[in-house]
Design a protein around this ligand. Structure first.
Ligand SMILES: C[S@@+](CC[C@H](N)C(=O)[O-])C[C@H]1O[C@@H](n2cnc3c(N)ncnc32)[C@H](O)[C@@H]1O
Length: 263
């Protein structure tokens, strides 16, 4: 069993590089328009067009987030969902983002400062051991992150711990059925949110085992062969095209948005 810490370090290096590639390497890496992530154009306008949104859904699109709520974003990245959440919770609410990658934390903090927001905090930490108080959060959101964790059961348990009774989740993530071993073993494809994806049913069972109820999939975004190659292009932008075998996995990899609540 590989050491989870070294797996996380690998992912962190991947995202440091991906951010850099977005601005100066070869071509449109993880462009915010590359995936049909479900954002409204005015929401995407909150970030500079530098390819710094890496989401695979819009967890806040239909979330019951209200003024005064506390929202926690797992793996906040460059911060797009933090900005959208901040608008929803208003000055009486609070938004906390957690990420482990210094370059991402810096980008998110810059986005928050640029937007002049006082009610958003970006904390450094891992989602397997959240730097967040128990039972302190109304909504846990996350966008294309938990697939990257080598310890998903710990993440699910942490979500259940930090939620208040009655608190809700809205999580968009990549899921996959029957991924071949060569995909799971490729660190670049793990970084590109493909190699670490688990089946939908396993995801739901993990959240339920952690103690959440009413867990279900609210929305699915299916990727065609071209979109899968685009995603893998995140990994391969500096080193040639995506592996042509990826296109054959179309239909087995998609993005799902999960909802659920803590009883
Ligand atoms: C695909 S990006 C998604 C970023 C953001 N949610 C978005 O939608 O643009 C994944 C992010 O999760 C962070 N991440 C991955 N695994 C993590 C972990 N175990 N703990 C904390 N952050 C993690 C990475 O540093 C990166 O910023």
């Amino acid at each position: 069993m590989p050491d989870p810490r070294s797996k996380r370090d690998e992912v962190s290096r991947f995202y440091t590089g991906a951010l850099q590639r977005g601005s100066y390497c070869c071509g449109p890496a993880p462009s915010k328009s590359a995936l049909p992530a479900g954002y409204r154009p005015e929401e995407l306008d909150l970030l500079p067009d530098d390819g710094s949104s890496f989401g695979c859904g819009n967890p806040l699109a239909f979330a019951a987030v209200r003024a005064g709520h506390v929202v926690l974003d797992l793996g906040a990245g460059a911060g797009l969902d933090l900005l959208i959440a901040a608008e929803k919770v208003g000055p009486a609410g609070r938004v906390v983002g957690v990420d482990m990658t210094d370059a991402m934390i810096e980008a998110a903090r810059a986005s928050v400062t640029r937007a002049g927001l006082q009610n958003v905090e970006v904390r450094k930490g891992i989602i397997e051991e959240l730097p967040v108080e128990t039972a302190s959060v109304d909504h846990v959101i996350s966008n294309c992150v938990i697939n990257l964790s080598p310890e998903k059961e710990r993440v699910f348990a942490e979500i259940a711990r930090v939620l208040r009774p009655g608190g809700r989740i809205r999580i968009s993530d990549i899921v996959a059925e029957d991924l071949p071993e060569w995909v799971r073993a490729d660190p670049e494809l793990v970084g590109a949110c493909i190699g670490g994806a688990i089946p939908e049913a396993e995801y739901i069972a993990g959240l339920e085992r952690a103690g959440l109820v009413d867990v279900r999939v609210e929305e699915r975004l299916r990727y065609d062969a071209r979109q899968l190659e685009d995603m893998a292009g995140i990994a391969s932008c500096c080193c040639g095209g995506a592996d042509p075998r990826l296109a054959r996995l179309a239909g087995r990899i998609w993005s799902a948005t999960f909802s659920g609540r803590k009883p």
